[in-house]
Structures are given as structure tokens and as C-alpha cells.
Design a protein around this ligand. Structure first.
Ligand code: Z15
Length: 817
């Protein structure tokens, strides 16, 4: 009785607050408001509730005086806030009920939220999952990043080609952010470094920047699941410094002053849309330095508020570098301590190298950030001096330890001398950090043995592995309420924050009654995705067919084109043998290509061409369907992961650092077909090899083959089916007679094939055949599916964050029990 009354109260107050915001914040009545306006009113209603917890969190952290984790990331790919915050507050049902008393439908309102797409892919989404887990584990933490005015571009498809559209996510305001005008900082660029004598007669460097911009913080509250903890995500916007305006105004150059303003604001205008391939552009370096300089000044300000001397900075802060993008922070903290706060070199270094941790996210050599020395010198002259000095001292030290091994010194230098001289940011990050980690076991092993081997030899204790994870709140409970409900009924709800509890499902894996319910649930979820596919692409797909999904950035190393070649080979088989039947499949693709990545864009065109051929040939009789879902995003992922039967994780072994989509699929009961790459290896180990479809060469085999002179054409010549597919691509069979269209792709595959598709094609096809058979055997598939979910506990980002807290950040996590 009292519980029901409380629930009733929550409903009533949500309803009243919503109507209040509709009137006073939005200026509309219920009758004449649009769904977007209703969304905005509802967002303000929920934000108010979150803000109350924020206030108490700030107070409780102040009282506990703990070390604060500072997560520096150029990307935070958060996804929609509204449903997530409601779930965290435990108010989803009350809110839905409150709206329905007004004749409104919660889902229709929630889909109005523009997604904050401030990231490219895995790296940005990882930062978002970490923020969720940090708040849920009640760790004092601040996320620092950039408030891009335009986030990830919207992808449209025209005639099978990707077209980019700007993402105007801020167009109608953002109810989830609050500008904090009391914590603005200025950031300098360019200019000169002069030696000046200070009051005490000491000669010291003084940086006189040629340009200055102002950083304005915008805070987004990050709520934890079922806790009162709300952490802060602080994103910086660049603005013009007012004194600059006045200067111009005085001289009458008003238009010039406005131009100056535009130039400053350019810095945070747009997210660079390339994942895993640095562009080396001036604006990008400006962005990186901008948000890092603001964030460090903010940390020093907070440190001062806590009345701590700066030589204790590392005791009160642990700063994690999400890839090398913020690694200029190492030079910046040195500069702030020495040039602004009068530290000597040794004192400053003592604090700096105990402050930072560096997470590496890639092994691809072309993806390691390097900045051309002239560009660096022009934009950050003082930082370059500091980096030279770090390098001088570091190499002196190494020369002694490694007895003048010149080759090694060349490899370890922070300055690359091959070709154009450059600053190697990964080397800076390793040298300036107390801890370095990879993001999956294989990745860390390859970092230690190959990519960063010299550094591993020099500082073995600095290295560790932290296998990635994803938040089960968004990636299971929120996106798959039907399955989450079934799990709750079966094993209770402890798994929400202790994902290992999912092991309790193992005992149902052989229970036919349970398997029937599991399958029914999945079928209903697939039907929902089928509806979405129908309405967005016009293609009808059958929810009874196997949903085979590959959603991720389009990249040659991820091998979406291997998937496409295989689909074409199935098509050729059907065409050759009338009456051949196979397990009906719906192939689902989604993902964006970097706008300048020609081959990735051609792969998108290829998928569309395959879809055209396969979907429109009556001989295929609904055995195969192919769909490409445009504009893949967090929200679209939330529809795809829960509806998938099969997850394609088919990167060339040794290339995918971890992958995190693989974990989302597994949690939702999809079975994986994959290579021994990244986190696949750990997923297979957890799930059991009999519940994972393994194919392809291993990382060492790939290396051997590459060194032994790989000849892709041999594989083409030896496999008739592969030959038919490739010939078809060459002779226009799959492109309405256009022979030129896929020529660049075919010639790359036959003459180079850096990602070894042809070497893995046979193994992939064979295992795909077995997948088809297994899916036809319902009890077998059901068992595999349940066991995948049951054994996905390791891949909660709560586990990952606990490890970072214990091994790197040295901060306590709150336990609930
Ligand atoms: C990015 O999303 C990843 C690595 C990068 O170097 C950049 Cl710049 C962006 C991805 C990895 O490709 C992926 O394997 C990993 O799971 C993810 O980061 C998070 O660690």
C-alpha cells in the first residue's frame, strides 16, 4: 500500500513538472505542442531530478576528499540521455504512465531526442561507457572533452553511395548541458618564446602567444544506475576573447573583430570524422591542445579550491589519456608547473609523470599520431622546447641503460627523423605516463612484443592490459527490455550491477520451456527491427530468417567486403543449382566511412550493389536478403544488437585492438562468427569454443604469410567459387554491366590484399555453412545463444573500470553489498 502510494506520487509529480516545463520553458500548451517540444519539456523535467542528485554528489565528494579521476578524451559518444537517465532514476514506468494519462506516448516523444554524436566509433563510445560505470561505481570522476558544434556527420545514401550531411544536434538547444561561466580559461597558440629575467633575477622562458581563445565549459550530468551519484562531463567550447574584440572596436574595425570571433570559434566547430586514421591537420592539433589546456587549468583551479599545494597534484588527480589525442597534456602540465607556477624541471617532472596514464587503442602503424615539426613549432613553440628537453633527458638515460644502441635510440626518440621530422605522440605518452595499457589481451601482448617493444623492455612494470567493456545498462537493459525482463524473472536483478550474475542463466540452457520463451522474445525483437527496416529502406525482411549483422565503421581491416564476397558466393551457388535451399538469412550492414577514405566508400557501394542483385532476383526466393541501414549511430545500434542472431567480427587477425560491438552482441544472445582478433579471443574463451564460430588465420600466421610473399592471386586461381565472384565484380555482372565500378577493389584484392581476404575466404565460407546448419537446429542454437549471454559478465565496463581504479588510478570503488 505505501509503495503504491509512492509510485502514484512520482507519477503525479512528473506529470505536473512536465506540464509546468511545457508552459514555462517551452511556451506551449499540450494541445498545440509538437512531439519535439514535448521531448524538450520532458528532458527538462528529468534533468531537474538529476540535478538534485548532482548537488548532493558534489557535496559528498568534497567531504570525502578523494583522488579524482580525470578522463581526457577528444570524443564522447554518449547516445540519447532521456531514456538512460530515467532508467538510472528508476522512473521509466512512472514517466510512461504519467504521459499516458495526458494521452502521450513515451517512445514517440523519446525518439525526438537528437543524439549527441560527439565521437566516431569505438573509442568515443568506450569513453561514454566508462562515464556510466564510474558514476554507477560512485567514483569521483570528471570527463573532459570538446563540445563540437557539429558532431559525427549524418550519412545519407544516394544511388548506393555515402553522402555526408552536417549534424545540427544543437539546433533546438540542448537541455542536458549547463554552461559554467565561472570556469572559463584562455588558451594561446603560436607566437614566440623569449628569455626574460624575472624579479628574482632568474633567466626564464616566456611564451608570448600570437593568438588567444577562450574556453567555455558546458557541463552534462552523468547519472549512475540506482545511486545518487551524478558525475560531470565537462566539454569545452571555443570563443573569442573579448579584449581582442575591443582592440579592434577601438580602431573602428568592427567587422574585423567579428571575423576574429569566427576564427576562434572554428576550433570547436566540427568533429574530425576519421576513426583510426589521424589527419595531421593544423585544426586538429589546435582542438587537442585547446581542450587539454582548458582541462588542466580547471584541474589546477579545483586543486586550489581544495587548498592543496601543487606538488601534491598527482595525489589528488589521476589523469587518463584516451589515446594520444590528449597527450600534449604532458608537455602542458610541465609548462604550467614550470612557467606559471615556478617549479624546477625535476619537481615538475616528478608530479607530471605520476599524474598520467595512457591507453593505446590501435596497432595500425599508420594510425599512430605524428605531428610535423614545423607545424608543431608554429602552433606550440614552448611545448616543442619542453618535448625536446624531455627527449634529451630520456635518451641520455636510455643510452646509459642500453649501452649506446643507436638503432634503439632512433626508434624510441620522441622525434621521428625519417622523412619529414615529426613529434611522435605515442612515444611522448609512454615516456610521460606512470601506466600504459592496451584494450584486450592480444592487443596488449602485441604492444609489448611489437609496437612498443623497446619501451616495454625499458619499463616493463608500466604496462598492463585492461580489456574493454560496455555498460549493460544501455546495452542490455535499455535496448532489450524484453530479454532483460525474462532474465529478471529467471535470476533476479543483481546482474544489473554485477554482470557475472548472468552465469545463473546457464542452468536454463537445456530447459526447453525456457528456450522457447528465449526464442519468442528474440523473435519479437527481430520483428521490431524488421518494421524499422521496412519503414526506412522499403525492404521486407522475415523475422524468422537468421539476422546476420555487421555494424561498425567501414574499414578495410574490418573486412565488410569479405562478408559481401561471401554473400555473392551464396548467390552464385543458388543461381547455379536451382532447387538448392539454405538457411534463410537477412544480412544487415551499418556503418560510416571517413569522407576521404575512397576504398571504404566503394565498399558501401559494393554492399548496395550486392543488395540490389540479391534482393531483386526471383531465383533467390527469400533465401537471402541484404540491407544496409543508413546513418549508423548509438540509437541505431540499440535497435540492431538485440535483434541479431549472428555477429560478424571478421577483422584480419592482429588488426582490431579490441572491438566493443562484439560484447554488445554477445550480451544480447547473438552468437559470433569471428577471427582470433581483439576481444573475440576472450569472448570465445568465456563462451566456450563450442559456442563461437571460429575461422581464419591467426595473427602469427598472417605475419608469416606477409613476410613469405603473399600471393592473393593464387587463392583466386585455386577456388572456382571465389573466381566466379571476383570475375563477376570485374565483368559488370553485379553492377549492371559497369566494368569500371569495382575495378579498384578487384585489383587491390588480386595484387595486394593487405588484409588477406582471399587467404581467409575459404575458411570463412566453410564455417558460414556450419553456422547455417546450426541455426536450423533450434535447440542447439538456443542453447548457444543463452550461454553467450550467460557468459558475457566479463565484458561489463564495471569490471574494466574496477581494474583501472585498482591498478592505475589507485582510487576506491563503492561496493553495494
Ligand atoms: C577508435 O575508435 C579506435 C582506435 C583508434 O586508434 C581510434 Cl583513433 C579510434 C577503436 C579500436 O579500433 C577498437 O578496436 C577498440 O575497441 C576501440 O577503439 C576502443 O578501445
Amino acid at each position: 500500500m505505501p509503495v503504491e502510494k509512492q509510485a502514484g506520487e512520482a507519477q503525479t509529480s512528473i506529470r505536473a513538472a512536465f506540464l509546468n516545463h511545457l508552459t514555462h520553458t517551452i511556451g506551449r500548451t499540450l494541445e498545440n505542442s509538437t512531439p519535439l517540444e514535448q521531448y524538450r519539456a520532458l528532458a527538462h523535467t528529468v534533468r531537474d531530478l538529476v540535478m538534485e542528485h548532482w548537488i548532493t554528489t558534489v557535496n559528498s565528494y568534497r567531504d570525502r576528499d578523494l583522488r579524482i579521476v580525470s578522463y581526457l578524451s577528444a570524443e564522447f559518444l554518449l547516445g540519447p540521455h532521456l531514456p538512460n537517465n530515467l532508467q538510472n532514476l528508476g522512473l521509466t514506468q512512472d514517466c510512461t504512465a504519467a504521459l499516458s494519462t495526458l494521452g502521450l506516448n513515451f517512445s514517440e516523444i523519446a525518439v525526438q531526442e537528437p543524439e549527441p554524436g560527439l565521437g566516431n566509433g569505438g573509442l568515443g563510445r568506450l569513453a561514454a561507457c566508462f562515464m556510466d560505470s564510474l558514476a554507477t561505481l560512485q567514483v569521483p570522476a570528471i570527463g573532459y572533452g570538446i563540445r563540437y558544434e557539429f558532431g559525427m556527420f549524418r550519412q545519407e545514401i544516394r544511388d548506393g553511395w555515402q553522402v555526408e550531411r552536417t549534424d545540427k544536434w544543437l539546433q533546438f538547444g540542448n537541455p542536458w548541458e549547463i554552461p559554467a561561466s565561472d570556469a572559463c580559461f584562455s588558451v594561446g597558440y603560436g607566437g614566440t618564446v623569449e628569455m626574460v629575467t624575472d624579479e628574482s633575477g632568474r633567466l626564464r622562458p616566456l611564451w608570448k602567444p600570437g593568438q588567444c581563445v577562450r574556453g567555455v565549459p558546458y557541463d552534462t550530468p552523468i547519472s549512475g544506475y540506482q545511486t545518487n551519484t551524478v558525475n560531470r562531463l565537462r566539454l569545452w567550447k571555443a570563443e573569442a576573447i573579448e579584449s581582442f574584440d575591443f582592440q579592434a572596436f577601438d580602431t573602428g574595425d568592427y567587422m574585423g573583430a567579428v571575423r576574429e570571433k569566427l576564427v576562434s570559434e572554428t576550433i570547436t566547430k566540427v568533429l574530425y570524422p576519421s576513426d583510426d586514421t589521424p589527419e595531421g591537420k593544423r585544426l586538429r592539433l589546435q582542438q587537442q591542445y585547446f581542450f587539454v589546456a582548458c582541462s588542466l587549468q580547471d584541474m589546477i583551479r579545483i586543486h586550489g579550491v581544495r587548498q592543496r599545494p601543487l606538488n601534491e597534484f598527482h595525489l589528488k588527480w589521476s589523469v587518463q589519456l584516451n589515446d594520444t589525442h590528449p597527450s600534449i597534456g604532458i608537455a602542458e602540465l610541465m609548462r604550467l608547473l614550470m612557467d606559471v607556477h615556478d617549479f624546477g624541471w625535476d619537481e615538475a617532472w616528478e608530479v607530471t609523470h605520476k599524474t598520467f596514464g595512457y591507453t593505446n587503442h590501435t596497432l595500425l602503424p599508420e594510425a599512430l599520431e605524428r605531428w610535423s615539426l614545423p607545424l608543431f613549432a608554429e602552433l606550440l613553440p614552448r611545448h616543442l622546447q619542453i618535448i625536446f628537453e624531455i627527449n634529451r633527458r630520456f635518451l641520455d638515460d636510455m643510452r646509459q641503460r642500453f649501452l649506446n644502441d643507436d638503432e634503439k635510440m632512433r626508434r624510441m626518440s620522441l622525434i621521428g627523423e625519417e622523412g619529414e621530422r615529426s613529434v611522435r605522440m605515442a612515444n611522448l605518452a609512454v615516456v610521460g605516463s606512470k601506466a600504459v595499457n592496451g584494450v584486450a589481451e592480444l592487443h596488449t601482448e602485441l604492444l609489448e612484443e611489437e609496437t612498443l617493444h623497446d619501451f616495454y623492455e625499458a619499463f616493463p612494470k608500466r604496462f598492463s592490459n585492461k580489456t574493454n567493456g560496455v555498460t549493460p545498462r544501455r546495452w542490455l537493459m535499455l535496448c532489450n527490455p524484453a530479454l532483460a525482463g525474462l532474465i529478471n524473472e529467471s535470476i533476479g536483478t543483481k546482474w544489473h550491477t554485477e554482470l557475472d550474475e548472468l552465469r545463473g542463466l546457464e542452468k536454463f540452457a537445456g530447459d526447453q520451456g525456457f528456450l522457447d520463451r528465449w526464442e519468442k522474445t528474440q523473435h519479437a525483437t527481430k520483428a521490431e527491427l524488421a518494421k524499422y527496416i521496412q519503414s526506412t529502406t522499403g525492404i521486407a525482411v522475415d523475422p524468422a530468417s537468421m539476422f546476420d549483422a555487421q555494424v561498425k565503421r567501414i574499414h578495410e581491416y574490418k573486412r565488410q567486403h569479405l562478408n559481401a564476397l561471401h554473400i555473392l558466393s551464396l548467390y552464385c551457388q543458388i543461381k547455379a543449382q536451382s532447387g538448392l535451399t539454405m538457411t534463410p538469412r537477412t544480412f544487415i550492414f551499418g556503418g560510416k566511412a571517413a569522407p576521404s577514405y575512397k576504398m571504404a566508400k566503394l565498399i558501401i557501394k559494393l554492399i548496395h550493389s550486392v543488395a540490389d542483385v540479391v534482393n531483386n532476383d526471383p531465383d533467390v526466393r527469400g533465401q537471402l536478403k541484404v540491407v544496409f541501414l543508413a546513418d549508423y549511430s548509438v540509437s541505431l545500434g540499440q535497435r540492431v544488437y538485440p535483434a541479431a542472431d549472428l555477429a560478424e567480427q571478421i577483422s584480419t587477425a592482429g588488426k582490431e585492438a579490441s572491438g566493443t560491438g562484439c560484447m554488445k552482441f554477445q550480451m544480447n544472445g547473438a552468437v559470433t562468427i569471428g577471427t582470433l582478433d581483439g576481444a573475440n579471443i576472450e569472448i570465445r574463451k568465456e563462451a566456450g569454443e563450442e559456442n563461437f564460430f571460429l575461422f581464419g588465420l591467426t595473427a602469427p600466421q598472417i605475419g608469416d604469410l606477409q613476410r613469405g610473399g603473399y600471393r592473393p592471386r593464387d587463392f583466386y586461381e585455386r577456388n572456382p567459387l571465389l573466381r566466379e565472384v571476383i570475375d563477376g565484380l570485374q565483368n559488370g555482372r553485379f553492377s549492371n554491366g559497369d566494368r569500371a565500378l569495382f575495378a579498384p577493389l578487384v585489383s587491390d584484392l588480386l595484387d595486394r590484399d593487405s588484409y588477406m581476404l582471399l587467404a581467409d575466404f575459404d575458411s570463412y565460407s566453410t564455417v558460414q555453412e556450419e553456422v547455417g546448419r546450426a541455426y536450423g537446429d533450434s535447440p542447439r542454437w538456443g542453447r548457444m545463444s543463452v550461454l553467450n549471454t550467460a557468459r558475457s559478465g566479463k565484458f561489463s565496463s564495471d569490471r574494466t573500470i574496477r581494474e583501472y581504479c585498482r591498478d592505475i588510478w589507485d582510487v576506491p570503488v563503492m561496493s553495494r553489498t
